[in-house]
Write a protein that binds this ligand. Structure first.
Ligand code: NAD
Length: 341
C-alpha cells in the first residue's frame, strides 16, 4: 500500500482528496499537515488520521510518503515541491490553479526544466470523471469526426475554475495552442483575498491550435449557466464540435449528437468527482510504477495550459494577438488590477 499525505486541510478541497481514498486501491492517507492546529485536528478526527504536522518538511522526513497532495492556496507550490523532492518523495499532486501570474509560472517552468526526480501532476480531476472519460474516448475514437471547434466555460473566474475548463479543451483536443486573442474585465477578483486567487471577473479567449481547431474559453460572470447548476461553482461545461456531430458535458449532464442521433442524460457531480479523484491518484501510482505511463495531467502539460492564460492577460492588456509560447511580461496581475480598476 502506498503512503499518501495531504498538505492544507483547512479548506473544502482536502475533504475531496481524503474522501476519494474509499476508492483508491493502492494507497491510503497516513498523515496530514496544516499551518493551523484547529483545522488539522478537525480533519484528522474526521478521517481518523493521527499523524498530524504543522511543518510539511518534518512530515516528509517522518512519514516517507510516496504521494503528497497539496491543497493549499496557489502561493504555496514550489516550496513544497522542492522540499518533497529533497526528501525523496516520488509523487506530488498539486491543486489547481498551478500559478497566478508570470513570475510564479516561470519558477515552476524552471523547476520542470531541470527534470526533477519528483513526478508532478495538477489536480484537474475532471479528466478522470467516468462521464468525461466516456465522452473523451468517443471523441478520440472519431465518433464526431474531425474536430472543428471547442467551446468551454466556467461560472467562476480563471483562477478559481478557468483552468479546469481550459484543461478540458486539451482533454478533447490534445493539440498545441498557437495563438490567443482575448478580453477581460472586472477587478473585484484581483483584490487581495485570503485564498490568494487573483483573476479578472470575466474573460473571453479565442485560442487557435496547431491542428486547425479553434476554441473559445469564457470564465466568470459572462459564462453561460448550466441547467440544474445552483451555486456559482456548478457551471463548468464544454462542447466539442466535429464534422459528424458534437458532444456537450456539464457538471450535471451530457448530450451527444452523432450521425443524426441525439442522446442526453444527467449525472451527479459529487458521485463523478469522488471517482475521478480516486482514478487521478491511481494514475499517479501507474506513473510511479512505469515511467512510460506519464500522467495525463503532468506538470509540463499544465504549464502549456497556463501559458494560454498568461497570453490572454497580455492580449487584453496590449490589444493584440499573442503567440504561444508566450514569455510573460512582469507583474501581469498588478497591471490588470490597474487597467481594470
Ligand atoms: N480541484 C478542485 O475541484 C478544487 C475544488 C476546490 C478548490 N480547489 C483548489 O484547492 C486549493 C485549496 O483550496 P481550499 O478552498 O480547499 O482551501 P483554503 O485555501 O481555504 O485552505 C487552504 C489550507 O492550506 C493551509 N496552508 C496554507 N499554507 C500552508 C503551508 N505552507 N503548509 C501547510 N498548510 C498550509 C491553510 O492553513 C488552509 O487551512 C486551491 O488552490 C483551490 O483552487 C480545487
Amino acid at each position: 500500500m502506498y503512503k499518501s499525505v495531504i498538505i492544507g486541510v483547512g479548506g473544502g478541497r482536502a475533504h475531496g482528496h481524503a474522501d476519494a481514498y474509499q476508492y483508491v486501491k493502492r494507497g491510503r492517507v497516513v498523515a496530514v499537515c496544516d499551518l493551523l492546529q484547529e483545522p488539522l485536528d478537525d480533519f484528522g478526527d474526521k478521517f481518523d488520521i493521527n499523524a498530524r504536522y504543522t511543518d510539511y518538511r518534518e512530515m516528509f522526513e517522518q512519514e516517507k510518503p510516496e504521494l503528497v497532495q497539496v491543497s493549499t492556496p496557489p502561493n504555496v507550490r514550489l516550496g513544497v515541491l522542492e522540499a518533497a523532492e529533497a526528501a525523496g518523495v516520488p509523487l506530488a499532486i498539486v491543486e489547481k490553479p498551478l500559478a497566478i501570474q508570470g513570475e510564479d509560472y516561470v519558477q515552476l517552468r524552471d523547476f520542470a526544466a531541470r527534470k526533477p526526480k519528483i513526478k508532478v501532476a495538477i489536480n484537474h480531476q475532471l479528466q478522470f470523471h467516468p462521464r468525461r472519460q466516456r465522452l473523451q474516448q468517443l471523441v478520440a475514437d472519431g465518433a464526431i469526426g474531425d474536430l472543428r471547434f471547442v467551446e468551454a466555460s466556467s461560472g467562476m473566474n480563471l483562477a478559481y475554475q478557468g483552468t479546469h475548463s481550459l484543461q478540458a479543451i486539451g482533454a478533447f483536443n490534445p493539440a498545441a495552442p498557437t495563438t490567443v486573442f482575448g478580453q477581460v474585465s472586472g477587478a473585484d477578483g484581483l483584490q487581495p483575498n485570503v485564498k490568494a486567487h487573483y483573476a479578472p471577473d470575466q474573460s473571453l479567449a479565442a485560442v487557435e491550435y496547431d491542428n486547425g481547431v479553434q476554441a473559445t474559453l469564457r470564465c466568470g460572470e459572462n459564462a453561460p449557466r448550466v441547467p440544474r447548476g445552483d451555486a456559482i461553482y456548478q457551471h463548468k461545461r464544454i462542447a466539442v464540435y466535429g464534422m459528424k456531430g458534437y458532444i456537450h458535458w456539464t457538471m450535471w449532464g451530457w448530450e451527444t449528437f452523432i450521425d443524426n442521433v441525439y442522446e442526453s442524460g444527467e449525472h451527479e457531480y459529487p458521485d463523478e468527482d469522488v471517482l475521478g479523484q480516486a482514478a487521478m491518484c491511481e494514475a499517479m501510482f501507474d506513473w510511479l510504477e512505469d515511467d512510460r505511463k506519464a500522467h495525463p495531467l503532468n506538470l509540463e502539460r499544465a504549464l502549456v495550459d497556463f501559458n494560454v492564460i498568461l497570453a490572454l492577460y497580455a492580449s487584453s492588456l496590449n490589444h493584440e494577438v499573442v503567440e504561444i509560447p508566450y514569455e510573460p511580461e512582469a507583474n501581469l496581475v498588478p497591471k490588470l488590477r490597474e487597467a481594470l480598476a
